[in-house]
Write a protein that binds this ligand. Structure first.
Ligand code: HEM
Length: 145
């Protein structure tokens, strides 16, 4: 393979993400898998979808054998310029305004869930109570006559 030892920027590396030119980034190293695509026991699709980004986790998750790891040496074409990789790009937290909004509506729903039954209960029991009271009074007056 030509071009050994080349230092790729992340932007440059991520352009090699198709069947005609497919390179993988595993453990900070760039591998040209274009010719390996059809020979890969796991299929070409997984390699294509793992290209253009950091494929270290994808590669490790499969639990590749040591002979698979040995193949990496032959496919090695260079390294990635670490300064072009933003740290923790994969897990950007959801943006805050959204988060606050969700929390507020959640709170309102909880408040309503608490208040609505309470209001129903109160509005239902007060007139009843007054009625009973009135009935009681009336019946007391009736019997005393
Ligand atoms: C240059 C990088 C890679 C090489 C040299 C490679 C090589 C191999 C080899 C030799 C096998 C046969 C089993 C073994 O020996 O472990 C294999 C299987 C497999 N690989 Fe890769 N692989 C690479 C990257 C990847 C990536 C990035 C993925 C996932 C996105 C992947 C997914 C798989 C899967 C799913 C299998 C299992 C296939 C099966 O058992 O049916 N491989 N790979």
């Amino acid at each position: 393979m030509g071009g050994e030892g080349k230092v790729y920027t992340l932007a440059e590396f991520s352009q090699h993400n198709n069947a005609k030119d497919c390179r993988l980034l595993i453990g900070g190293k760039v591998y040209n898998v274009t010719k390996f695509l059809e020979d890969h026991p796991g299929g070409d699709e997984v390699l294509l979808s793992a290209s253009g980004k950091d494929a270290t986790d994808d590669f490790e998750d499969v639990g590749h054998s040591s002979s698979a790891r040995a193949m990496l040496d032959e496919l090695y074409v260079g390294d990635i310029d670490a300064s072009t990789i933003p740290t923790k790009t994969k897990y950007t937290p959801p943006n805050h305004p959204h988060y606050e909004q969700d929390k507020t509506s959640e709170f309102v729903v909880k408040l309503l869930q608490f208040l609505v039954p309470l209001l129903i209960l109160v509005s239902a029991s007060i007139p009843n109570h007054q009625l009973k009271h009135r009935d009681h009074k009336r019946s007391w007056q009736d019997s005393s006559q």
